[in-house]
Design a protein around this ligand. Structure first.
Ligand SMILES: [Zn+2]
Length: 245
């Protein structure tokens, strides 16, 4: 069962790759079949098997030999690992489904933000709705609503303070929406950990990435918020217990 869920996760990851590539470009996510971005040739199913095809093709297009980004198997593997982790933690339960929906929104949001510095509304708004729906189904709607409000208002505050002090936008409206999405899933108490982990890892990344480059470089925040969200979601009660006086 564990192996099946991992493979199922990689198949979902393969679809997330399509989303990540096509959404920002406004290409339909269903109509043209998978194609090589370099030569445009359709990719046959046997060259489109998650992770495996990348290894068999040694990371090159069968037709034109163009390099296939390592990003594809990474996203597939990451999704597979999270499908497996969720199952080991929650078994087949409503919480497992909730966890899967959360990561299925966080992964494309993170990679699209990394590529474009934008978070598409078509992901963040439905993600928030799903978060509130699951909060309702699990009988913790007030926690979900207050989590969404806490997340959105803290990031909104940072956004306006950043604009006042640095005269530039370190964060965007997309980050506010994403923090609301995350808060709906984790509840307001866990937002503290989400923001702590996101700021810490984001700052470390910023120091490494910006070194030697212009200071104009802004760091996409979604991947770090998402990392914080997954850690806080999984850590949940344990983190709160550990840090409570
Ligand atoms: Zn090609």
């Amino acid at each position: 069962m564990a192996a099946f869920l991992f493979i199922l996760g990689t198949a979902f990851g393969s679809f997330l790759n399509v989303l990540i590539f096509r959404l920002p470009k406004g290409i339909s996510i269903v109509s043209p079949r998978s194609f090589c971005p370099s030569c445009g040739k359709n990719i046959p199913w046997y060259d489109n098997i998650p992770i495996l095809s990348y290894i068999l093709l040694r990371g090159k297009c069968r037709n034109c030999g163009a390099r296939i980004s390592i990003r594809y198997p990474v996203v597939e593997g990451l999704t597979g690992v999270l499908f497996l982790t969720g199952y080991l933690l929650y078994g087949f339960s409503l919480q497992y489904i909730e966890f899967l929906v959360l990561v299925l929104f966080l992964i494309p949001i993170s990679f699209i933000d990394l590529d474009t510095m934008l978070i598409p509304d078509v992901l963040s708004i439905p993600g928030l709705m799903f978060g509130l729906l699951f909060a309702l189904l699990r009988g913790r709607i007030m926690d979900g609503v207050s989590g969404a409000l806490a997340g959105a208002s803290i990031i909104a505050l940072l956004y306006f303070v950043g604009r006042l002090i640095y005269k530039k936008e370190a964060m965007g409206v997309g980050d506010i929406q994403l923090a609301a999405l995350i808060g709906a899933f984790t509840g307001w108490k866990s937002m503290f950990f989400v923001l702590f982990i996101a700021s810490f890892t984001g700052a470390v990344y910023g120091l490494i990435a910006v070194r030697g480059k212009k200071e104009e470089n802004i760091v996409p925040f979604a991947p770090f918020l998402s990392l914080g969200a997954v850690v806080a979601y999984i850590g949940g009660k344990h983190l709160l217990y550990f840090f409570s006086p």
